[in-house]
Structures are given as C-alpha cells and as structure tokens.
Design a protein around this ligand. Sequence first.
Ligand code: BES
Ligand code: MN
Ligand code: ZN
Length: 504
Amino acid sequence: MEFGTHTSASLHRHKTPALAVGVFDDGILSPAADIIDRADHGAIRAVIQSEFSAKVGATLVLRNLAGVAAPRVVLVGLGKQSEYSPKTHARAEQAFATYCVQAHLTEATSTLVSISCAQSTIRERARAAAAAVGEATYHYDATLGKPDVQARPKLKAFNILVERTDQSNAQRGLREGAALAEGMSLARTLGNLPGNICTPTYLGEIAKKLGREFKSIKVTVLDRKQIQALGMGSFLSVAKGSDEEPRFIVMHYKGSAPAKRASKEPAAAGPVVLVGKGITFDSGGISIKPAATMDEMKYDMCGAASVLGTLRAVAELELPGEIVGLIPTCENLLNGSANKPGDVVTSMSGLTIEILNTDAEGRLILCDALTYAERFKPSTVIDIATLTGACVVALGNVNSGLFSKDDVLADSLLAAGRQALDPVWRMPLDDAYQEQLKSNFADIANIGGPPAGAVTAACFLSRFTKAYRWAHLDIAGTAWRGGKDKGSTGRPVPLLLQFLLNQA
Ligand code: BES
Ligand code: MN
Ligand code: ZN
C-alpha cells in the first residue's frame, strides 16, 4: 500500500476516484464536507436532510458533483459532534476503506484526519487511518485450492488531506500506521494458518526470514537438543507429547540509538523482552478438550504471532533501543510420552511443577522462557498468551487481561491500550491467590481450581518473574473472533507497538 499526504487547499480540484468527507449528526458538516457542498450548490446539505443519517460508519456515495474533480464523494457518518473521539474517527476511516475495497477501487483520498478531535494529534489520527486501511484490505486466501484473485482487495494507494503545516506529522503517523498494519497482517495470517502448516518449525522459519529482511534483528532458533541443554524441563514436557519438533525462538532487535525513557518510566537500562506463547495446536493433551470448537486451538500461538508482528513493525520503523522477542513453541498433543495428570517436571528455574491438568500447558512453556529472559537483564518483560478460557469469561472479546504488580508499568500499558484502541483491563494479582497453587508433591501445581482461573494462571507465571519488572497479557478473548467471522484479529500488536513507541 502506498500512503501519501496532500494539502487540503482547493479540495474540489483534488483528483481521486473517491474522496471521503465527514458528516456529523444533525446536519453538521466537517470543513471538507462544507467546501464540497459549496462547490455544488448545497448538494450535500440537500441529501443529508432526506436520506443520510450520519450514524458512525454509515456511508453514502454522491457521484459526479458539479465543480468537484473527484467522481465519487463518499459521505462518512461521524455521529454526534459532541461525542467525536479517536475511536469514532477510526471507525469512520474503516467504513470508507471498506467501501473502497467493496467498490474495487485502486486509489482513494480521505479528509477525515484533518477533523480535529480533542483527545488525539494529527500524527495519531494519520496512524489510525493507515491502520484502518490495513484492516480493511487484509485478505486471507493462503489455503484455498483456487484463490479467487478477483476477491483480493485492489486498493493500492491511499492519501490523506491535511493542512500544509501538518504534513510532516501526518507523514510520520502514516508511516507508523503502515508498519503497524504490516505487523498485524503478519500476526493475523500466522494465526489463521492451520496447525499442520503453521508448525513450530514454520514459526522458526518466519522468524529467520524476518532476520534476513531486517539487519537490525538477529535471530536464533533452538531445536529440541538445545532446549534440553538449557534445562527447560517444563517446556519440553509439553513438547514431547507430539511428533512435531519444538523450537525456542530468540529474536534480538537493536535500534541505532538507545531509547530515552519517557519521564514516568525509571531510567532503566536493558531491553524490553516480549515473550509469546507459541502452542501451534492445543488439543488439551491427556486432559483432552471437547471436539466442538477444538479447531480454534490453532490460534493458541497468537501470543507468538503478536511478538513476530510487533518486532516486524519495530524494525520497519527503526525504533531506538533494544527489544528481545522470545517464543517457546510446540504442540500440545497426546501420544505415549505425553504428560499425564500427576506428573512432576522440573522447570529451568529449578522449581518443580505438578501437572494436575495437561491442558494448562501455556504456563508450562512460558515459565521456562521467562527464566531464560533473565539473561538479558531486562528493564521490562511482557508475556503475551492465549492463556485461559477464564479470561474470556471475565472480559469477553473487548479487553485483554493485564496482570502486573508494577503500577507504573501497568499504567503505561493501560494508556498505550487506550491510545491504540486496543484496550486492556487490569486484573488482580494478590499473593493470597497463590494459595490455590499449593501442591502436595511439588513446589507448585499447574492449576488452581475453578475460582479466578485467569488470576491463578498469572500467579503461576509470577513465580518465575522475580528478577525483573513484569506484566502478563491474557489475550485468549481478543486475539481472534469465533463464529461466522472466525479469524485472527492481530491484537495486541497495536498495544505493544504503542507501548514501545511511547518508550522511544
Ligand atoms: N489455550 C487455552 C486457553 C484458551 C481457552 C484460549 C479458550 C482461548 C479460548 C489454554 O491452554 C487452556 O486450555 N487453559 C485451560 C486452563 C485450565 C485447564 C486451568 C482453560 O482455560 O480451560
Ligand atoms: Mn490448553
Ligand atoms: Zn493453550
């Protein structure tokens, strides 16, 4: 996708197949809509009275207006002016981009970024516009026998109109939005690919490919023997239940300049480490899952995918600072050597774990990656995992679960989530919940019983994170949608990139 900016002067003479202008409820026109309206003697005012409601995301196409160079003017509803927000803006851009895709247009121009909005800057709105276009043009056909080439989005160039003085901020925002869209698209495709294609080996190859594409990322992929040598007994106990070879992926990004911390953050040296759960298929193991929606467990590597997508965006943007991505990846299957309920395994940290339920496997692979993270002397570690069904029960598909004992880090992530329209909700992590993880036969049990399942999963991980500042994101409800529109969402790449941008 080619993103560009133009100045908003002499709008009616701007040549483009489709020009988006915003309209608020109660017949209030955005400045751009007003200019177009005047060019054709009140054409917009006339039509909104009779047949346009201006509900958020509604669109109406006006063709061949007199005195307007663009053959299509697309009215985009913005809702009530008093309630106009970054979120409304994003929804409006998405509605326009979706229209452009459905109309098979190759090129379009939006004026929506220039509509001022109290809680956001031009740069942020330009970023959101590019991200919305990325969302609307995402298309998955990798596993169709005969991909329908006609069904692929044709949109190749997207321009935004802003004032001359806003050009450089808008360009910067577009560049960030384009990188975000690329990162999300990678994460989505990896999530959507089936478990027989997107294997641990495949994820390792994707990481290596990123390493070849971006000189700023050094990639090492460890195999079963090397994982064994590290003493990752907990991770390997899950991996050995499958014929598929496990991988431990280490990605080390180094930007040119060191990151200057935002004022709220401690002046910590050391990289940010992102740890992503990479279960390429979760059958539950011997504690097997019911059949009905088990196919969805191909998405159990969306944490890993978000780490790959975020690092891709970071490298594309050449952000300052140092970022490490760690991905433990394997299948959770059941063969003759699979974990059994009651088995005790020894983690890399030395803590022994009683596996009471083999379906609580995410924490078993993450704990060893979290111990491995210590060697980078990180300033911050964030793990991202489709960890618990309980988190879906608690928060649905709106907020990701955020767990951290560090208020500053939690606040930074909450703020980044709001800014990126990729929200998280903070959940508790009181020590009192640790009681539920007591085992009669090991240092810790891998489940804590039915109450507060998302919390006890986070508590389990916390036992391996004493050496650094840490947060855990449970994305079980947000990384993909079920049902008719089943598919990967690319979340929480927007949140993670925003967090890293705010640090840079
Ligand atoms: N991958 C699942 C979590 C999950 C469930 C994600 C549903 C998305 C939708 C995880 O490995 C799992 O199975 N967790 C168990 C934990 C339980 C056994 C303590 C769960 O949530 O049921
Ligand atoms: Mn599981
Ligand atoms: Zn799982």
